[in-house]
Structure formats: structure tokens, C-alpha cells
Design a protein around this ligand. Structure first.
Ligand code: 5GP
Length: 116
């Protein structure tokens, strides 16, 4: 596992930086992206600071499963009943810019493929 560093998401989790929180529980927090790429753009972030998907270990399986179930809950909560896209950017070529694992939920418009 690569070295864990402090990120803006840790500060949001600790409420040191404000965010528009959509849902939260003991394991994860969901808040709106501050540079939305769709009418609805929400990030689902584990409270454990796993830097990226590649750093997840077998003991993180329950967290990873929890995140996907939270995605479903968030999507329902905000009314994305016509569908949505789920994205995890992993590492530099994956387009990851914040080194704290997170899942993007993008919705409210027709998504295209390939995503680019
Ligand atoms: P990545 O590129 O790592 O997959 O996604 C990071 C996301 O975090 C980007 O979509 C970016 O807009 C969002 N982001 C970065 N800093 C902040 C912040 O301070 N607050 C919020 N709400 N989103 C942020």
C-alpha cells in the first residue's frame, strides 16, 4: 500500500472543509462534486483513507461492497431513477486527482460511450 497522505477529502470527512453532504454513515460519506461534470455529480468516499483502488486489500472487501451499496442508496435518494454512471478513476492514467479512493456518481443527462 502506498503512503497515506492527507487529502481534501479527509478534511471534508472531519468537517474542516465544507461540503454539500448528501448521505453519511459510519463507513462512508457522499457529497456533491464542486466541479460537476453532469447535472448530478456526487462522490462516495470511504472514511478510511485508502489512496486508490489499487491500494485496497482483501480486508477492505466489506468497505468496497458498502461503497457500492451506498452508491445505489444515494442515487435513489437524489432521484436518479432513469439511470446513472459510476466511475472510479485509479492512478494518473486513470485520471485520478485526489489520492483518497472515491466513486463518482454522474447522472441527470444521457451518458456517452466511450467516456474518454
Ligand atoms: P478524481 O479526478 O480524483 O477521480 O476526482 C476528484 C474529484 O474531486 C473531482 O471531480 C473534483 O472536482 C472533486 N473535488 C476536488 N476537490 C474538491 C473539494 O474540495 N470539494 C468537492 N466537493 N469536490 C472536490
Amino acid at each position: 500500500m502506498s503512503e497515506t497522505t492527507e487529502t481534501i477529502f479527509s478534511k471534508i470527512i472531519r468537517r474542516q472543509v465544507p461540503a454539500n453532504v448528501v448521505l453519511e454513515d459510519d463507513v462512508a460519506i457522499a457529497f456533491t462534486d464542486n466541479s460537476p461534470q453532469a447535472p448530478m455529480h456526487i462522490l462516495v468516499v470511504p472514511k478510511k483513507p485508502i489512496p486508490k483502488l489499487d491500494d485496497a486489500e482483501p480486508q477492505d472487501a466489506a468497505i468496497l461492497g458498502h461503497l457500492l451499496l451506498m452508491v445505489k442508496k444515494v442515487a435513489k435518494h437524489v432521484g436518479l431513477n432513469k439511470g446513472y454512471r459510476v466511475v472510479i478513476n485509479n492512478g494518473s492514467e486513470g485520471g485520478q486527482t485526489v489520492d483518497h479512493l472515491h466513486i463518482h456518481i454522474l447522472g441527470g443527462r444521457q451518458m456517452k460511450w466511450p467516456p474518454g
